[in-house]
Write a protein that binds this ligand. Structure first.
Ligand code: NDP
Length: 328
């Protein structure tokens, strides 16, 4: 029986145990496509899964890792054949279905997106679920009718993964980007990515007024809690904030005032169950709208063996940009 390297989370009465194992291929879950994984990444959710700080994993044992890029090895799915380059984000990977921190995965062909021609598998994972989510947020703001002439865009959690890609995308699209960060030492990095202004996240984490001075036409928020509530209270008439994260908390201490007095909208972003047509559109947009030089500035590579020690750092807000994991 063929075996391959994988990170495995096991659960016993004494708690959760994570380690590197030789995983028997016959223990992979059902699926119609087997993929040789080349690259994965560390997202915030992967940090939660590996540390066990939130109940992300809903089946044990579990190979964590919510996204990968690789090459199809075998397929009985009509859309895929051996040799095809593919991307997978979400669909329960690393949560309910054995995930990406392994040399192989067996998955449903319906979950896969074709790797855009101008992206390598490594570049796709330098973007990863964080970057694809940032693109979904940009697309939601565009569907709402926002455009650069409507005013500046706020990005919270700006030095993180979703935030870094959001700053780069919005600035390339012509928006004046206001980047909110708790790491003032990353101001030069954020300006390199395209931020016009960098503000201290403390400006957004204090007490929430129902309405405050209008500062931006909209934004992309990966923090939640008081930060999102303040972002909404400071959004211009008719604007919108796309909410995609909870790095600062899951609560939302807001009032209806921004919605009923300023016509502000709150746009929810989910990358996990997002329909295939929108995923494909997001990846096509990422291929054209994310500058390679900026991608290079935000991504650092590690090996599979370093994932377990790196995971807690993302929860501590110590990771800048994106961590790309070389598998195999
Ligand atoms: P990162 O850790 O890379 O980025 C999060 C950033 O948020 C940090 O870098 C930090 O930015 C800021 N932050 C962290 N803690 C706090 C805090 N207590 N208060 C205020 N700001 C804080 O994570 P990702 O970019 O990978 O993910 C960001 C969020 O988006 C996560 O909650 C994740 O679960 C969610 N997410 C949701 C998806 C979806 O489908 N909706 C998909 C992908 C991610 P700085 O240092 O600049 O202040």
């Amino acid at each position: 029986m063929a075996a391959f390297k994988a990170i495995l989370i096991e659960k016993s009465e004494s708690g959760q145990k994570v380690g590197m194992v030789d995983f028997d291929e016959s223990n992979l879950m059902d699926g119609d496509v087997t993929v040789r994984i080349e690259w994965s990444t560390i997202n915030y959710k992967d940090g939660l899964a590996i540390t066990g700080k939130a109940p992300v994993v809903r089946r044990f044992p579990m190979i964590p890792g919510v996204d990968f890029a690789g090459t199809v090895e075998t397929s009985s799915h009509p859309s895929w054949k051996a040799g095809d380059k593919v991307i997978l984000n979400g669909w329960g990977l690393g949560e309910t279905h054995l995930g990406a921190y392994a040399e192989k995965a067996r998955v449903k062909g319906d979950w896969l997106v074709r790797l855009p021609a101008k992206l390598s598998t490594r570049e796709a994972m330098a973007i990863g679920t964080a970057g694809y989510t940032a693109m979904l947020a940009v697309m939601a703001l565009e569907r709402h009718g926002l455009a650069p002439d409507r005013g500046p865009m706020l990005v919270t959690g700006a030095a993180g993964g979703v935030g870094s890609v959001a700053v780069a995308l919005l600035s390339k699209l012509g928006y004046r980007v206001i980047a909110s960060t708790g790491r003032p030492q990353e101001a030069a990095y954020l300006k390199d990515l395209g931020a016009a202004e960098v503000i201290d996240r403390a400006e957004l984490s204090g007490p929430v007024k129902p309405l405050a001075k209008e500062r931006w036409a909209g934004g992309i928020d990966s923090v939640g809690s008081a930060t999102l509530a303040n972002a909404l209270a400071m959004t211009r008439y008719g604007g919108a904030v796309a909410a995609c994260g909870l790095a600062g908390g899951m609560d939302l201490p807001t009032s209806v005032a921004p919605f009923i007095l300023r016509g502000v909208s709150l746009l929810g972003i989910d990358s996990v169950q997002c329909p295939l047509t929108m995923r494909t559109q997001a990846w096509t947009r990422l291929e054209s709208d994310l500058e390679r030089a900026k991608m290079a500035k935000m991504a650092v590579d590690i090996g599979l063996a370093e994932v377990i020690d790196t995971a807690p750092r993302i929860l501590a807000g110590q990771v800048r940009g994106r961590i790309v994991v070389k598998i195999g």
